[in-house]
Design a protein around this ligand. Structure first.
Ligand code: GLA
Length: 693
């Protein structure tokens, strides 16, 4: 488990929020470096990530190492009191590696190789890449392992961002080795993959390939195992680098995750326990309907990976990125709101990609802390202002987020739910997770994101969106939770298959049938754009199913659509608890109302935030006190109950906190106010806020 508090990275005795960026001095001359450190000090930058893409400079030809410039950069930073997050430099091999070993270039599912010239251009199973990258790590770790400037190791970079899946012969051989370890016998593999279908039964290990492109749909079991294998294969590279570093250095080791909507390659629930601290990169994705909601979700999920420990936001953008179809610049105050949303939700370190905007290379139109236009800019003033704010917020560092509800999420469920040949292409896992999350957030509820099968005892409510494949073990955890008095909300397409993605027969939703007290005999997905009405005024799209109550009470029914009169939402008393089933894709408002009702019944205290107000309320709590973060994303001024000291304006607040449109306020609550507010039905629920552990 993550073991190094981010707040103690720079100084073991004083809790601080780290502030900085990726710094790429190899793109600049030494005269510019001097200017850089001067400006870093002005902005109160205290941690920079270097040598992320340094390999070609450090080893221009095989075995010829040149550390002169890196030595100078590290010394310069150190002299200026700026700590170093040192990259191993292995993210992108230099030209010579794949020129000399073309077999190390990655192969796509269509059998074509990708050329050198981008980044991460290597096959994750390549023995040559492994050998040469570790040779570099050995040099770097030996040279700088005990340098006082180095406070963190940064293995590779966004591992698996571009090259997670490779389909070359070397990868196929490694895949077979991984399958042998997983299944031991071909019989077990054939059973798990269901190879009795379409004459796919294997009689010899050597016949198994990676699931490259086929004419008809490929085998789903094989597809999922390729994803598991790819995640494990890259984790193997991380572990090899980490273990080598540890032979030379006591400094904590991590890598930057991509808990984000646009990348799903790695199963971070398996990765996180290997990190000394959890670090994440997050960029607003303007292709999504609610980019800032997704930021909050990603922040909660990142915190979940560290089991509630504060995390390091390793990269974000000060304004626009360069890799979306339309790269939207941040509006007034948006960078501050984004940053403090991360802090509210558990970040104790804030960094950007990158320090100084590049003038060459494919990222030259990506924003940076220091823009092309220089220091006479609003962006630079915002960056300097943020440095001061984060310094003042040092007292918050080390506290933990107070959460009310558990939301089950995982990368493996994402892969499985989104497989093709399902009843409808319109059920996308992340959409369903985001919809549930957004509905909870709109009610001011803070969510802990937990893995399928994680203990739920600390919660009163668990929400389980579209968890398609559910092992007996995972189902058992949820059943026991409800039996003992917990409340659960399960949404459609959950529980349908077992841990091998084999359909559970006898009625859907298989694994949760007893718990939910319902049985479905057929799915009735809707046409694109079709909407059905429910008898409580709700509407639903995407999904309906023919549901038979088997003990559950019917909360609402379809009025029209394929199943008029049929149940849409049910509620079942099970043991001492309650289990809800949402058999339709409810409109946003109805989903929020339903989750609100389930939360209130479960005894979760609501913050009083009105849905649609765009006010985000989160609390962090620790021995030093409790802090209320109020982030106003909306265009109208807002108010919230609070008493204490506001830390951005340094104002005393007595009862009512004013949060102007677009502003953020952070209140160190007076102890009496640190107790939870009344729940929405007016009844106090004093013990329902908790510090997650
Ligand atoms: C990722 C990478 C960085 C940079 C940014 C651009 O986060 O780690 O090197 O490419 O994306 O957004």
């Amino acid at each position: 488990m993550p073991s190094t508090p981010v707040s103690r990275l720079l100084d073991a005795d004083v809790a601080r929020i780290t502030y900085g960026a990726d710094y790429n001095p190899e793109q600049w001359s030494p005269e510019v470096w001097a200017d850089d450190v001067r400006l870093m000090r002005e902005a109160k930058v205290n941690l920079v990530a270097i040598n992320i893409f340094g390999w070609a400079q450090l080893e221009p030809l095989p075995g010829q190492y040149d550390f002169e410039r890196l030595d100078a950069v590290i010394e310069l930073l150190h002299e200026n009191g700026i700590a170093v997050d040192l990259g191993t430099g292995t993210a992108s091999p230099p030209p010579w590696l794949t020129a000399m070993h073309p077999e190390a270039l990655p192969m796509q599912a269509d059998g074509t190789r990708r050329a050198f010239g981008g980044r991460q251009g290597f096959c994750p199973s390549s023995p040559v890449y492994r050998e040469r990258s570790l040779a570099l790590v050995e040099q770097v770790a030996r040279r700088y392992g005990s340098h006082p400037a180095v406070k963190l190791w940064h293995v590779s970079n966004e591992i698996g961002c571009h090259n997670a899946h490779c389909f070359c012969d070397i990868s196929a051989e490694a895949f077979r080795g991984w399958l042998r370890a997983r299944y031991s016998t071909l019989d077990a593999l054939n059973a798990a993959w269901g190879t009795a279908f379409w004459s796919q039964r294997y009689a010899d290990w050597s016949h198994i390939q990676t699931p490259a492109l086929t004419l008809a749909t490929g085998n789903p079991g094989q597809a999922i195992d390729l994803r598991r294998f790819s995640s494990d294969e890259l984790l193997g590279q991380y572990l090899a680098e980490r273990d080598l570093i540890r032979t030379h250095s006591d400094v904590p080791v991590t890598t930057n995750f991509m808990v984000t909507a646009h990348i799903q390659a790695l199963d971070y629930w398996r990765w996180a326990p290997e990190m000394d601290l959890v670090a994440n990169d997050h960029y607003l994705d303007h292709r999504l309907p609610h980019p800032t909601n997704e930021l909050s979700f990603a922040a909660d999920a990142t915190r979940g990976l560290g089991r509630g420990e504060p995390y390091l936001l390793m990269e974000q953008a000060s304004s626009a990125v360069n890799w979306q179809p339309r790269n939207i610049a941040k509006g007034p105050g948006e960078m501050l709101r984004n940053t403090l949303t991360h802090v509210a939700r558990g970040a104790d370190g804030i960094s950007f990609f990158q320090w100084r905007a590049s003038v060459q290379g494919s990222e030259r139109f990506h924003s940076a802390m220091l823009p092309h236009a220089g220091t006479g800019t609003q962006l630079w003033r915002d960056v300097v202002e943020l440095g001061g704010i984060l310094e003042r917020l040092g007292e918050v560092a080390g506290t933990r987020v107070v959460a009310d509800v558990a939301l089950v999420f995982g990368w493996e469920p994402w892969w499985i739910t989104d497989l093709d040949s399902h009843p409808t292409a319109d059920v996308r896992y992340l959409d369903q997770v985001h919809r549930a999350y957004d509905a909870l957030r709109a009610s001011g509820l803070t969510v802990d994101v937990v893995a399928p099968g994680a203990p739920l005892d600390d919660y009163r409510l668990v929400v389980i969106p579209a968890l398609h494949s559910v092992s007996d073990e995972v189902a058992g955890v949820v059943e026991r939770f409800v039996e003992n008095g917990g409340h659960a909300v399960v949404t459609f397409f959950s529980g349908i298959t077992d841990g091998d993605d084999r359909v559970r027969t006898g009625g859907y939703p298989g694994a949760f049938r007893e718990l939910l007290g319902v049985s479905t005999d057929e799915f009735f997905p809707l046409h694109a754009g079709e909407s059905v009405a429910l008898d409580d005024g709700s509407t639903a799209t995407v999904w309906t199913e023919r549901l038979h109550p088997m003990g559950a009470e019917v909360v609402s029914r379809f009025i029209d659509g394929p199943l008029p009169g049929g149940p849409a939402v049910t509620r079942h008393r099970f043991g001492a608890g309650v289990a809800w089933y949402l058999a339709a894709n409810l409109d946003e408002g109805s989903l929020a109302r339903t989750l609100n009702r389930a939360s209130a019944e479960a005894g979760v205290s609501l913050t009083g935030v009105q849905a649609g107000s765009e006010l985000e309320i989160v609390r962090r709590r620790g021995p030093q006190g409790e802090y209320l973060f109020a982030i106003n994303h909306g265009g109208a001024d807002a108010r919230h109950d609070a008493s204490g000291t506001e830390l951005l304006e340094m104002a005393e607040i007595d009862g009512v906190l004013e949060i102007p449109a677009g502003a953020v306020r952070i209140v160190r609550l007076t102890p009496a106010d640190a107790a939870p507010s009344a729940s929405s039905d007016g009844s106090a629920a004093p013990d329902s806020l908790k510090v997650t552990s």
